[in-house]
Design a protein around this ligand. Structure first.
Ligand code: PTJ
Length: 249
């Protein structure tokens, strides 16, 4: 058992969730590697939500509330780490959940849907009857009434190719990615450089606060958002942390 007093308790608990996800057949083994990469970047940003990430989370909540057809994409890591929180967000912004996998097997898709249902998910899109144009891997397989038709897609822990293809289809893509240098981070419309474990509850908190606002007020929150600036601020934050480490050693 990991004691709560351990200085890296949260990070170690996240590892446990991912390992459990692999054991249950929800998360791919490659997901373990992705989590390790995420942890390294989380360490560099100080394992906290930065101010620029919080701003992106607020803009993301406003965008999801403004959307006509929002969809939340779920992969094996997201399901294991924040399955319940994604269901809550899905309810708050009225966006169905759609399982979309890079290392796709029908068995894992079904297991993830079963996992989400066991946590209370009711709003799931489940077909794979359309293809995202220009993608040669299995992430192209989507639901015609889900990601294919969506105007805003939330894509936690994405690979760059699909992000680019979705933007190419004219969609607003909200990515959650701890690596501000990744292709996904660089090509998304709104990039949240934060751990998915902190980011999803933060977006929900904003969605709850903002849901009574008029459309015009929501548009004011989104207006002027500059993703390049968000990414620059994240890189500056990493820089600042690294420099502070030099001082300490
Ligand atoms: O379940 P599947 O088959 O769809 O596969 C999912 C993974 C995540 C394995 C797949 O999409 C993949 O290989 O992703 P990548 O290319 O490794 O990218 C994952 C990105 O997410 C990297 O930039 C990581 O830094 C970032 N990341 C990892 N863990 C977290 C994270 N970002 C936010 N929160 C995390 N916990």
């Amino acid at each position: 058992m990991i004691p709560k007093s351990h200085p890296r308790y949260e990070s170690l608990m996240a590892r446990e969730l991912i390992v459990e996800g692999v054991r249950k057949g929800i998360t791919s083994t490659q997901g373990l590697i992705a989590q390790g990469r995420g942890e390294a970047f989380d360490y560099l940003i100080g394992e906290k939500t930065t101010e620029s990430a919080l701003r992106a989370e607020k803009v993301a909540a406003a965008k999801l509330l403004l959307a006509k057809k929002p969809v939340i994409s779920v992969n094996g890591n997201a399901a294991a780490l924040v399955g319940f929180e994604l269901i809550r967000l899905s309810e708050l912004v009225n966006a169905p959940l759609e399982v979309n996998l890079f290392h796709r097997t029908e068995e894992r898709v079904n297991k993830i849907m079963g996992h989400l249902r066991s946590l209370g998910a009711k709003n799931l899109v489940t077909k794979n009857d359309a293809l995202i144009p220009g993608l040669e891997h299995d992430r192209a397989k989507v639901d015609r009434d889900g990601i294919f038709a969506a105007d805003v897609v939330l894509v936690p822990l994405e690979d760059g190719d699909r992000c680019k293809a979705l933007v190419g289809m004219g969609k607003t893509v909200i990515a959650i990615d701890l690596n501000p240098l990744s292709r996904t981070a660089q090509c998304a419309t709104i990039t949240i450089v934060d751990n998915i474990i902190r980011a999803v509850p933060n977006i929900s908190k904003f969605a709850e606060e903002l849901k009574e606002l008029e459309q015009e007020q929501l548009k004011d929150i989104v207006m002027g958002y500059d993703n390049k600036q968000t990414l620059s601020l994240a890189i500056e934050e990493i820089n600042k942390n690294l420099i502070s480490f030099i001082g300490r050693s």
